[in-house]
Design a protein around this ligand. Structure first.
Ligand code: BGC
Length: 841
């Protein structure tokens, strides 16, 4: 591990920033362009809007990254030599925001006090709504840019209010006025999720920049000036919020019913024939493309579509080809269409052609039948389409299956959702003429059956083994386990904590990496067992910028909780913090300071919009390299929950409403990180973590079909394709049981059906009542329940977790009564990970 004692910018920082700057334009979606962009010869720009100077590089919470510096849009323009003519507006806006922030913090504290909740927990993830104001727009020159920004983060959901998902009166007034006044005007969206653009639908041009990490402002400028071009596509449908099937009942404190079933995002809008504002898969380019099918065939259970893509415009660009299929209705209703494959071209010059071949398995089109407890392909015609958005496709072939096939026989999981999912009115799928029909015999299609494991075997007690003997290959992990007491096994299944700990401080739970989120136990140091360190993502690595080493342990020179206490705490808390800081400084001043500046990569949603697995691999590679530098074994990312509703406060960390896109992007990132030996990803939050309201104990009520086809599917793809080192379970319950206590999800699906062998950990502090909202209906999860279910590590670890496990071994009436065999099996996966990833402690 490198200890950087020098505050100068390091070579790796420059290199990584350049790599991100190079690829990030692929994440940007051009929503509208009426002869405005690019501004090729422009030297002067009037720059307005909340995101011009106060640009956001990503969201808040554990998904934030503590960078040295990131480039705002104002700065990006100045770096490119542009003269900004609206400085007085930007200064005026800055002043307004400073005043508004002070008022807002006070109002949050007052509100929290009124309802009797901790102001820090109450304020978590809340975004300050945009204020209304009057600032003169000095109309000068020909070109204007209005940058609209929004931010959200874990702990709170977004709101359908002015200043969040809706535009404020001020924003609408100024955007419309600028569009009218300037010959060339573009509205740039520096956001992590959907905005209702209906009130400004008439503007000439809209660029969804997103939040692109460290080089955000440079990338924006390069695209506006035509030095780069946007080639992203929406990975989520944009439509007025009341039109989403998921809006009704979203964010209930206790029970959120996923009554729309599999009809999420475009699967819903396309099936009910509702035109969204911007469809899934949509995005313009500075040029135009023509896509033609060359060949459609099936080889041994694989469908293959060969297309030619021609650049028919007059500038360079890249296009994303998307293949969808419509499955026939039989016993099961089916969405109008579902994405089967996608691919992006290389950069094509005007007139240039690229031939792309896209493939997918016949069995990937199967639906889940709760009645038959199996994935089935029903007999009939599967119409395959090709295009460049869900609303712009052409049929390219038909697969005709002669009989029903069970492709994968499994068993029922997560019962008792107790509702009937929405079924759309049966729509007509036009039968395409003049396309090839391929007949497929049901008995030639691959079939398989899941095998479920029985009780894990007990490993009889043996002599104590030193971990060094295991590391050198002399002894096996089983022999090491044989030598452990129940107490030691329990320690292995709980994250590391200080012996007297009741603390719940995210950001200081790691003693080896400053600002890391957690690590595995140190209590087996006497056996020379090392530990795994963990740090957050997904928009880069979240660790402290500066630290010291005090009594052999790292100590951050910033602490997120201390920061929050200083801002949101009451007067006494603020005094204590000030005192703590002063004392710490006096004592520690002597020791040297070390620095850890990491690169912020584009947020998850932006990466998915690239529809380019290669660039996601590069981002993973950058993270992997920085993990090596800073001694981090596990990255707590990527996060691939489905963007079920635009209201979810953490959507920016997630990829898509579509499980194929989510799974493919997460596996590309994992491959990039895991190219680095000893480094692994932790895919999270497994599963159905689609809202932030009462996130510790909210219950997602989902039918098994929707769970399997939508919410688990992306994880399945990622796990089968890239074998991430770890999985993090989600806080929420699924049909009444905490995800981390669900044997159905963790043993039967994840391990038995998908063959996963890695380590599974909980999300942070899921077992403590302290974190949850006091009026919540459901209890916290149980650490013993984790062991029982196959969740190997309870994080970030508390003495009460170990106690719970020990009680479950002794007490026959414990809800999650445990055998030593079960505890051994649980610890075994942790030890396998430590063998692969563990660092010296
Ligand atoms: C978040 C996780 C994160 C963990 C550790 C939790 O609050 O939900 O995504 O990895 O904290 O920081």
């Amino acid at each position: 591990m490198l200890r950087i004692a020098d505050e100068q910018t390091q070579d790796f920082e420059i290199k990584h920033m350049e790599r991100i700057r190079d690829l990030a334009s692929e994440c940007v979606v051009l929503l509208k362009n009426n002869n405005v962009l690019p501004f090729c010869e422009t030297k002067r720009i009037a720059l307005y809007g909340s995101g011009a100077r106060r640009t956001q590089k990503g969201g808040t919470g554990s998904g934030d990254v503590n960078v040295r510096h990131f480039v705002t849009i104002e700065e990006g323009m100045e770096n490119a030599g542009i003269e900004i003519t609206s400085k007085s507006w930007l200064d005026g806006y800055e002043k307004i925001m400073r005043e508004a922030k002070a008022e807002w913090v006070q109002s949050l504290k007052d509100e929290a006090r009124k309802i009797g909740v901790n102001p820090i927990m109450f304020s978590m993830g809340k975004a300050m709504p945009e204020p209304d104001y009057e600032l003169p727009l000095d109309v000068e020159g020909d070109v204007a840019v209005y940058v609209l920004t929004r931010i959200s983060g874990e702990g709170s959901d977004r709101e359908d209010t002015a200043g969040d998902m809706e535009l404020t009166e001020t924003e609408i007034r100024d955007i419309l006025a600028l569009d009218k006044a300037y010959k060339k005007f573009v509205l740039v969206l520096n956001v992590g999720g959907m905005i209702n653009l209906a009130p400004v639908a008439s503007v000439k041009s809209v660029l969804l920049l997103g939040q692109l990490g460290t080089p955000t402002g440079d990338v924006c400028t390069e695209i506006l000036l035509g030095k780069k071009y946007p080639s992203g596509k929406l990975a989520m449908t944009w439509a007025p919020i009341h039109k989403y099937a998921s809006t009704e009942g979203f964010g209930d404190m206790n029970d959120t019913r996923y009554h729309e079933g599999v009809y999420v995002g475009y699967r819903y809008f396309d099936s009910i024939k509702e035109q969204p504002a911007y469809p899934f898969g949509y995005g313009l380019s500075y040029t135009k493309f023509q896509i033609e099918t060359k060949e459609f065939c099936v080889n041994e259970n694989e469908v293959s579509v060969t297309v030619s893509v021609k650049n028919i415009g007059d500038t360079v660009g890249k296009e994303v080809v998307q293949i969808y299929y419509s499955a026939p209705w039989g016993q099961l209703d089916k969405p109008y269409q579902e994405l089967a494959a996608f691919a992006k071209t290389r950069e094509l010059s005007p007139g240039e052609v690229e031939i792309l071949s896209l493939t997918f398995d016949v069995t990937s089109m199967a639906s889940y039948s709760e009645e038959r407890k199996a994935y089935i392909l029903e007999r009939g015609d599967y119409i395959v389409r090709v295009g460049n958005s869900s609303r712009d496709t052409e049929a390219c072939g038909i697969l005709r299956i002669d009989n029903d096939v069970v492709t994968y026989q499994v068993k029922s999981i997560c019962p008792e959702w107790g509702h009937k999912d929405f079924v759309p009115e049966k729509y007509i799928v036009e039968f395409p003429q003049n396309v090839k029909i391929i007949e497929v015999k049901a008995d030639t299609i691959l079939k398989s059956e899941a095998v479920y494991e029985k009780e894990p075997p007990y490993i009889p007690a043996g002599r104590t083994v030193d971990w060094r003997e295991v590391a050198s290959g002399e002894k096996s992990i089983e022999e090491f386990i044989a030598g452990l007491e129940d107490e030691q096994l329990a320690d292995l299944c709980v994250g590391n904590y200080a012996k007297d700990s009741t603390q719940t401080v995210i950001g200081s739970a790691c003693t080896t990496v400053a600002g890391g989120a957690g690590e595995t136990t140190h209590f087996l140091k006497n056996l020379h067992l090392n530990a795994i360190s963990m740090a957050d993502g997904p928009a880069g690595i979240r660790i402290s910028k500066a630290y010291r080493i005090v009594d052999g342990k790292v100590k951050s020179c910033e602490d997120s909780i201390v920061g929050m206490l200083s801002e949101f705490g009451d007067e006494d808390q603020q005094k204590t913090v000030a005192q703590m800081k002063a004392e710490a400084t006096q004592k520690e001043n002597e020791t040297p300071l070390y620095y850890q500046y990491c690169t912020a990569i584009p947020i998850g949603t932006a990466l998915a919009q690239s529809f380019n697995e290669e660039i996601c691999k590069i981002c993973g590679d950058i993270v992997g390299e920085e993990m090596e530098l800073f001694g981090i074994s596990l990255w707590l990312a990527p996060a691939l929950n489905i963007q079920r509703s635009p209201l979810c406060g953490r959507n920016f960390e997630y990829y898509s409403e579509d499980p194929l896109v989510s799974g493919k992007i997460a596996s590309a990132i994992t491959k990039g990180v895991q190219r680095h030996p000893g480094r692994g990803t932790t895919v999270k939050h497994f599963a159905a973590n689609n809202q932030e309201t009462n996130r510790y104990t909210s219950n997602s009520i989902v039918s098994e079909r929707a769970l399997r086809e939508i919410y688990l599917k992306g994880f399945e793809i990622c796990i089968r394709e890239s074998n991430p080192e770890a999985v993090m379970t989600s806080y929420n319950l699924v049909n009444g049981e905490h995800a981390c206590n669900s044997k159905d999800l963790l043993t039967y699906v994840l391990r038995n059906e998908w063959g996963y062998k890695g380590v599974v950990m909980t999300d942070w502090y899921v077992t403590t009542e302290m974190m949850k909202n006091p009026s919540s209906k459901y209890p916290a999860a149980s650490a013993a329940g984790c062991v029982k279910a196959g969740n190997n590590l309870t994080m970030s670890g508390l003495p009460s977790d170990k106690e719970d496990i020990m009680n479950a071994l002794k007490d026959a009436s414990h809800r999650y009564r445990l055998s030593t065999g079960e505890l051994q099996a649980c610890a075994k996966a942790v030890l396998h990970s430590i063998l692969r990833l563990g660092e010296e402690i």
